[in-house]
Write a protein that binds this ligand. Sequence first.
Ligand SMILES: [Zn+2]
Length: 365
Amino acid sequence: MSGPQPSDQPPPTVKCVVWDLDNTLWKGTLLEGDDVAVDDRVRETVLGLDARGILQAVASKNDHGPAWQRLEDLGLAEYFVQARIGWGPKSASVREIADELKFAPGTIAFVDDQPAERAEVAFHLPQVRCYPAEAAAGLLELPEFTPATVTVDSRRRRQMYQANARRQAEQESFEGPSQEFLRSLELVMEIRRATHEDLSRMEELTLRTSQMNATGVHYSDADLRALLDDARHEVLAVTMSDRFGSHGAVGVALVERGPSVWHLKLLATSCRVVSFGAGATVLNWLIGEAFAAGAHLIADFRPTARNRVMEVAYRFAGFTDELCACLAQLSQPEGGRTQRLHITPAPRPAPETLRLTAVALTAAP
Ligand SMILES: [Zn+2]
C-alpha cells in the first residue's frame, strides 16, 4: 500500500479498481490449466464496489480470449468496464485504463498478488494506490472505497458507462468513411414510387435487411402489393449507383399520408449501403417532403437485436420521443414494443455526399 495518509485529510475516494486475475481475482493460474475459482468474499467485494459506483477493470498477463471467457463463465465479466489482458507492462495497462475513463491516476487502485507488478506500477504511476491480493476481500471496509454518498446514479455508473461506450462505438461505425471518400464515389440515389415489378425485390429487402429494418415488421409481397393501390399509402423504392456501377434496389419505405401527419411505417435499407448514409438520406428527404406538405412525421420504431444503427439514424435526423398531439391521430401500434418517434419537420439541406433524384410526394398524384 502507499504511504500513510495525513490523519486530518481523508484519502480521496477510489473511482476505479484495476484487478489482476491469476491468484488475485481468482485462485489459480489459468494458463497452467488450473480450474480457477473466485472466493466468495472477493466476489462480494466486486459486487459491493459496483453498488457503490466504483468502476472496475482488469489488467492481467494472460491470453485475452480464454481469460475473458473465464470471467464470463464466472458471471463477473459484466462488472469490468475495461480489460487489458496481454503481455505488456501493467503500468501501461493501468495508464491506458485511467486515460480511457478520463480518471486521474490518484483515483485508481491496483490489486495484484505479485510484489514486482505492484512495484512496477508504483514506479511509473506513484499516485496509483497498490494493494496485495490478501487485501482484496477487505476493500469494502477501507475508507477510500467508501464514498460519502451513494446515489441512484452512482449505483448505475457502470451501466451508464457501458451504454455510453456502446453508443460511441455505434456512432463511430455509423459515421463510417470520410465525406471526401464518399464524394469520390459519385453516389447517386433515386427514390421513386414502387411498381408491381419492384415488389418481389422489396419484400426480399424487408426480410433480409434486419439490421436496417426500423420496425422489425415483415411486410409480405401481398401486403405491399395491396398498399400500392391504396391512395393514402406510398410504397417507395430506393436504388443507388456509383461510378463503379449500380447497387440496385437498396431500400424500401412505406408511408401513410394523412392531411396533418405522415406515418412512416416501414424503412429498410440494405446493409451494403449503411456506410453511404442511405438511411439518413431517405429520412432527411422524407422530412423535407412532410415539411412541404405541412405535416408532422411519425416513424414506427421497434428495437430488435440488430437494428440499433437504424435508431441512431433516426436520432441523428432529429426524431425524438416527444408526445405531440398528432400521435392521437394514429391507431395504436400492433405489438407492445413498437415506439413512435416524432419530428416536427423543417427544411433540410440537400445531401452532401450523393446526388438525389426523388419523386415529389406532395405533387398532384
Ligand atoms: Zn406532431
